[in-house]
Structure formats: C-alpha cells, structure tokens
Design a protein around this ligand. Sequence first.
Ligand code: XIL
Length: 332
Amino acid sequence: RPGFNAAARSAGKLYFGTATNNYQWNDTAYVAILDDLAMFGQLTPAKVMKWSYTEPERGVFTWEMGDQFVALAEQRGKLVRGHNCVWYNDLPAWVTNTTWTAPELAEVVQEHCFNIVRHWAGQMTRCAPVLTRICFSDSWDVINEPFNDDGTWRTTLWYNTLNTSYIPLALHAAHRADPHAKLYINEYNTTGPGPKASALKALVRALKAAGVPLHGVGVQAHEVVGQVPPLADVKRNLGEFAALGVEVAITELDVRFVGLPPDEEGLERQRRDFETVVRACREVEGCVGVTVWDWTDKYSWVPASFPGEGDACPFDVDLEPKPAYYGVLDGL
Ligand code: XIL
C-alpha cells in the first residue's frame, strides 16, 4: 500500500506524520501501520507532553510517558514534534486554581517551557534514516491557540494576567533550553485567509521585528467536510505566512463530518478536502510537512470533543483506507 511519508519525501517535503498516543500502542494492527516509515515519518504526542502530564505539581516534572513516546519514534526512525508548551487547555489544578500576580505567572510559564524543551533537546532530531537524507532540528509548538476566530486575543489565564508578554517570554525560554529547536506558534481555523490568519500574521511580523526567536507557524487544519477553502486561497495564505520568514507546517489535519454517517458523495467531498490541504502544502515551498491528527477514525479525538461529529480521518475504524486516503496521496 503506497505510503504518505514516502510520497511526501519524493515531493521534497521533510515528512508526513500523525498524532498518536501511548495508550494506542497495544493495538498491534494499529501499530503495524503506525510503524511503517513509508507511511509516517513523524509523530506528535496528542497528550503526553502537555502541561498536566509533564508538570502535574509545581516543579515536579514527570517525563515517563513523553520519554516512552520519544523512544518509540527513535526506534522507528521517526521525527517527533514537541506539543505543546503554553495552551489554555490541559492545565493542572495548581496552575488554574491559583491567583497569580504577573511576575509569578511569568516565572511559572518560563520554568515550564524551559524545562520541557530542555528535557528533550536534541532527542527529537533525526539524521539519515531510511527515507531521509538530511538532519532535522527538533520542532516545538511553543504557543498553542492564542487567538479567537475573529482575530482578537483569546482571554486565557495567560492573556488575562500577562497580556501578550507571555508569548515572547515562552519563546525566549524555549530558545534558551534548545537553541537549535524550531519554535512554532500553532493555531486552528487558519487554513485560509481570514481574521484569525491575519491576526497570526501580524503577531509573527511583530515578533520577528522584535527579534524574538520564532521559526514556524503551525496551521492545525481541523476542518469540516465541504468547508475547506479553495486551493488557491489556501496556497496564498500559506505563502503569506512563509513570506514572513517562518516555515509552515500543517500540524493537525483532519476533516470531520458534522452529520453522520456520511454518504458516498460526502466521502468523495472529504477526499477532495484532504487533497486540497495536502496539495497546498506540497505546492508552497515554505511548507515543510503535514501531520494528520490521527490517521484512523478508531482513535480520532473528534467524537469526544464534537458530539455527533466524526469520521474525520483517512482510514476508517477498521484501519481500512477511505477515499480520503487517496485524496492525501493525490495531493502529494
Ligand atoms: C486533543 C487531543 O487529541 C485529545 O486527546 C485531548 O484530550 C484534547 O486535545 N488542538 C490541539 C491539540 O492543539 O492538542 C488537541 O488535541 C486538538 C486541538
């Protein structure tokens, strides 16, 4: 069966990858496909590097799950994307239940970012395994989802206490921890042009102008079937990010149905939607790779987070390829 990563590599991209979870690795049929380097050359932990997993109590860092994740990728010759340092979600109670002063919270966010990026510094890099001929740097989603869909700042714990200063603080801390790592801001609903993409571009421009270490924009691409913008718009948008002097990655691609089950026409629409996003990355030089937010409907996060929605992945619950699988290949 033709593999996504082999096709992406032939197209000059660095990788094609997937999100996965340690919890899924006792499923041997799943692991057989996950392991295949021709299919996936990169892995993102959907959970285990997040704050509640890595610093459940202040200054108490728990690395076991993340280490296990990095070890699996290492054994299989795959890259790992660090995910993530600063998000409004998945925070432990000690962070959310305390009333912080700005100086205290600034300390907390820098400590967290510095420690998690330093722990895995250099370990998510890969040189010359079977399908790659060059060395890669570690990549980290340092800032995750800072904006609302209308382009205003999301009023999170971070923003409410530190305004936008948490963003350069976190990026500088990550850079000190691993000067070679590619540091990203990662955001959803930024696949096509619009207020949120514009806000993100303005932020990138401002951070670059201020000399803040920032190397990439992650376009999550959690899409809805039939609502993916036209190819020309996606290409223009990704190109505009790249023109700001950052690399671009599609970091969390899935295309969900809002009504289930899908009919044949819907599956065909989904195939074209996957193809559009993947092709846009292929055709924009600064787009380095694509990651799907799990490759099978069996483990997709969608049904739990959007009740009644789903079937968002290129393989079905039985791990069989859907039309969307061919859409991905066509886009590469
Ligand atoms: C999701 C995971 O897939 C779930 O397992 C978890 O319970 C919640 O988070 N945007 C992101 C990801 O940046 O971290 C989210 O992952 C999906 C949306």
